[in-house]
Design a protein around this ligand. Structure first.
Ligand code: DHB
Length: 470
């Protein structure tokens, strides 16, 4: 009997595309089911391989067996993340990223992942947490199971994603082979292989949802107007309408409570700076942790200034003699503006995407923090804290229970308000404290977005792959 999970290199479509001034020729292996018992049609993946690898060629120093395997996902808003392909006109597509990666000599694997709205014909939800990460792990297991069949080096898997997709990428890196996912992986017939990876690339990962509300109020408490875009998709175009609001007196009270809760959480993490000094906050929310974030923003502004950017786009940045000399934190935050009301993620009426994510087979949405459950304005259930912890990358960095990726590149735009800077800062700091290789920056004036610096990302990958020994 043929093995349904075995990669077959004979069945493909030849393809070419123009990337800049270069012609890229590749083979597309499409719609491969990556689990033996799929529950949804989205559980398929596409593999793209530079044509040269089938003729013994070397591209960018790589061969058919040494090429990195780049695994971008298309998850956004914790919605289903369909498998992607070059030329895909959908707004979520990373078509250019795939082509740029192929040009660089990478093998690209794009897996479709279930998301919070995935339903079966009986209208039952099949993609609530932890489905997104179970599917991503199953896709990695498929790639590793096919070591030697599927081109590329399965010891050089790099995941990539933005926002909820960035969270997916960092959770992959943090939770390699963790026990929690073994049963759901078995249930869908994941290939017998491991799911730890070599490196993580993440843009503004909207993760650590259990503490994201508190982190948001630590950052934005005192700013009572919010400004966001309502996005709808029409004819494959994103149409954005600005909406604004004002925190009610009750919300302002909740904001203060959440801010206080963040101080306790942060101080319990045991974070340290590179010199080994504790990063903490006092009762007012001030302290070395906040200063560390301010330093990151200042360094970002300084890099932008050195590259010729006028860094006064946002208020609160002082420049003297071509040096960024100071950051006025409240003015800076006022200038980038608050985006979300209170609580930012676990909405009291269950109306946020994250409430949806933590629903279950028969429940569209649930709370995922005790705080919002206690203040709920609707009849609501609380998701199992073990589930909430299992999809939080930080869980795996506090106590050893997984195979953590050795290399991390995290970008969080310095103008991004979708989640607090503290969320990425905690992740990057904890990783560094645990001895992992971390490249963390807050790119200047950059809003919530991803894949904006592919040449630098690919240089980072090349440097890792050329020097790594195992
Ligand atoms: C995304 C953005 C958010 O603000 C959020 O709360 C969750 C996900 C996203 O863009 O994926």
């Amino acid at each position: 009997m043929t093995d349904p999970l075995r990669f077959n290199e004979k069945i493909y479509d030849p393809a070419t595309a123009t990337v800049g001034t270069t012609r890229v020729t590749y083979r597309a292996f499409k719609d491969l089911t990556y689990v033996a018992q799929p529950v949804d049609d989205c559980q398929k993946l596409n593999v793209f391989v530079p044509e040269g690898y089938f003729n013994g060629q070397t591209i960018n120093g790589y061969t058919r067996v040494t090429a990195p395997i780049f695994m971008p996902n298309t998850v956004g808003g914790y919605l289903p993340g369909p498998r992607d392909f070059p030329g895909n006109p959908a707004p979520f597509s990373g078509s250019t990223t795939i082509l740029q990666a192929l040009k660089r000599g990478y093998v690209v694997v794009s897996a479709g992942l279930r998301g919070r709205t995935t339903q079966n014909l009986q209208n039952e939800y099949l993609g609530k947490a932890p489905a997104f990460i179970v599917d991503m792990k199953a896709a990695v297991r498929y790639v590793k199971y096919n070591a030697g069949w599927l081109p590329g080096n399965p010891d050089r898997i790099i995941t990539n994603g933005t926002s909820a997709g960035g969270a997916t990428s960092v959770l992959m890196g943090a939770s390699g082979n963790a026990d929690f996912f073994e049963t759901p992986l078995q249930e869908i017939g994941a290939a017998p292989a491991t799911d730890d990876i070599f490196a993580v690339s993440a843009y503004c990962p909207v993760h650590n949802l259990a503490h994201a509300d508190a982190a948001y109020e630590w950052q934005f408490n005192g700013i009572n107007q919010w400004h966001r875009q309502r996005v709808r998709i029409e004819n494959n175009q994103r149409i954005c309408t600005p909406i604004h609001g004002q925190l009610s007196p009750d919300e302002q009270v909740l904001s203060r409570e959440l801010k206080a809760a963040f101080v306790l959480y942060l101080n319990g993490l045991g974070l340290r700076d590179v010199a080994g000094n504790p990063l903490t906050l006092d009762a007012a929310g001030e302290g070395s942790f906040k200063q560390a974030i301010e330093r990151e923003i200042l360094m970002s502004a300084q890099r932008a200034l050195a590259a010729g950017t006028d860094v006064t786009k946002y208020a609160g940045v002082s420049v003297t003699n071509q040096m960024v000399t100071g950051l006025d934190w409240p003015r800076y935050l006022h200038a980038i503006t608050r985006m979300k009301s209170v609580p930012a993620f676990d909405a009291l009426n269950l109306s946020n995407p994250e409430n949806d994510l933590f629903g279950n087979r028969l429940t569209p949405a649930r709370h995922f923090t005790q705080f919002s459950q206690d203040h709920s304005t609707v009849s609501a259930l609380l998701a199992d804290p073990l589930l909430v912890a299992a999809v939080n990358p930080i869980t795996y960095l506090m106590t050893k229970q997984s195979h953590v990726a050795p290399h991390w590149r995290i970008r969080h735009g310095a103008a991004d308000r979708d989640t607090s800077f503290a969320i990425s800062m905690i992740l990057a700091t904890k990783l560094a404290n645990r001895g992992y290789d971390v490249d963390f920056r807050l790119p200047w004036a950059t809003p919530h977005s991803g894949d904006y610096d592919l040449p630098e990302l690919f240089q980072w990958i090349d440097n890792l792959c050329r020097t790594a020994t195992k």
